[in-house]
Ligand binder design. Structure first.
Ligand SMILES: Nc1ncnc2c1ncn2[C@@H]1O[C@H](COP(=O)(O)OP(=O)(O)OP(=O)(O)O)[C@@H](O)[C@H]1O
Ligand SMILES: [Mg+2]
Length: 397
């Protein structure tokens, strides 16, 4: 029953939308020029007219919702508008017209938001991408883009996406969490914070490791703030997210290939270039590929205190992932040489985790203390009590 009513409403919306567009066309408004309030008034009048013409019984609150949805449709990103505007929402995930999820405070939940159909989803995706000059069609069915406000968007469409056009939006958070906020949230203790401050001031080479959305960028941003003000920093990111409050910083951003397939500037190119810019420290937003080679070498040769993040669920996994990245990107050396490079470059891994209730925290901080026998010997400098409890509970059940 619920879905029938829902379908009826979607059908109504589609008809009203067509009607509204016709009316706006009749008015001959130049959409780019006309001001928002003028268009809003016209949409309001068109909805009134439609509802009256078709004698649709409607509560005034529903009527207001319908008008707002039409305004969002005509001027914005349709059903996504309220989600984009809600500061509580970090991620918006659309799996076809009927399945929309958001993440609030670390917990994924399904929302009532609906698109009329898959074409509608596609229209909204295209509208988001159009001003960015990115295209999405059968020949290039997936695209990564960044909105003017810094939010990151990935879209992928059929036939590659089997259940309709899908889009993932990570909203840009203009304010990274502060140290005090992270302590208040229980994401780290004061002791942990003191430890990390000392590690950064002591110019240890460091990786922040964690799964998707565990807060790697947030922690990297926080740690960068502890870098003494007289040092020169070069940052390298795929999409500039770091907001370092530091007087001496050069920010570099990678660039994907253009439509002709040329012009790509990779993170690896940028690390190589950064080394010629006389930085004290290099900060790479996230190592995902060949840049790991130059970053580890830089850490080893006068750029101590360099930092990055890596996608891994444990500190041990982070090391394995580095080995893999080295191997697949042509670092052609024996197992021992690889272990030596890693062991001599990297000093500390800050591991992040997300608890089942959505809370994110620093689960442990480990120092890499290689010996001849064990190049990956690790010493725990900090370990979250909560993780221990969570693990205990895990073994009970
Ligand atoms: N300790 C925390 N407690 C609550 N929310 C947090 C915490 N750390 C980060 N967040 C929020 O979680 C979202 C993701 O954080 P962030 O971008 O730092 O994660 P990430 O691990 O870098 O993600 P990705 O894997 O996409 O790069 C942001 O909206 C951020 O504000
Ligand atoms: Mg990140």
């Amino acid at each position: 029953m619920a879905t029938r009513i829902d379908d009826e409403y979607q059908a109504l919306k589609r008809s009203v939308h067509l009607y509204v567009i016709e009316r706006l066309d009749d008015e001959g408004l130049e959409m780019d020029r006309a001001d928002r309030s003028q268009i809003t008034r016209l949409i309001q009048a068109s909805v009134d007219q439609y509802v009256a013409n078709h004698k649709i019984p409607m509560a005034s609150s529903d009527h207001a919702v319908l008008v707002r949805e039409m305004v969002d449709e005509v001027l914005g990103f349709g059903p996504l508008e309220p989600l984009l505007a809600d500061p509580q929402i970090n991620d918006i995930l659309i799996n076809g017209a009927r399945n929309v999820f958001v993440e609030i405070a670390g917990v994924l939940q399904r929302v009532q938001t609906r698109f009329v159909d898959d074409d509608h989803v596609l229209r909204v995706i295209r509208r988001i991408l159009a001003p960015l000059g990115r295209r999405l069609d059968e020949s290039s069915p997936m695209v990564d883009a960044r909105l003017p406000d810094g939010s990151r968007v990935n879209a992928i469409i059929p036939p590659i996406a089997l259940d309709g056009p899908s889009m993932s939006i990570r909203k840009f958070n203009s304010k990274h969490l502060t140290a005090a906020e992270l302590v208040n949230l229980g994401s780290m203790t004061n002791d942990c914070l003191t430890l990390l401050t000392g590690i950064v001031e002591g110019r240890r080479n460091l990786l922040v490791s964690g799964g998707t959305g565990t807060g790697k960028t947030t922690i990297l941003n926080l740690l960068s703030a502890f870098i003494p003000k007289d040092e020169r920093i070069v940052t390298i990111e795929d999409s500039a997210e770091l907001q370092l409050n530091h007087p001496h910083i050069v920010r570099l951003e990678t660039r994907p290939a253009n439509a002709e397939g040329t012009g790509r500037v990779s993170a690896r190119d940028l690390v190589v270039n950064a080394l010629r810019m006389r930085p004290d420290r290099i900060i790479v937003g996230e190592v995902r590929s060949g840049e790991i080679i130059e970053l580890l070498q830089a850490m080893n040769t006068g750029h101590e205190g360099s930092m990055s993040t890596i996608h891994a669920n444990t500190a041990k996994d982070a090391l394995i992932r580095i080995e893999t990245l080295l191997a697949v990107n042509g670092y052609d050396a024996g197992e021992q040489a690889i272990a030596r490079l890693i062991g001599s470059s990297l000093d500390v891994i800050v591991q992040l985790a997300r608890l089942p209730n959505g809370r994110r925290l620093v689960s442990e901080v480990v120092a890499l203390k290689p010996t001849k026998a064990n190049p990956y010997r690790m010493e725990t400098l900090y370990r979250s009590r909560e993780i221990e409890w969570a693990e205990l509970e895990g073994t009970d059940s």
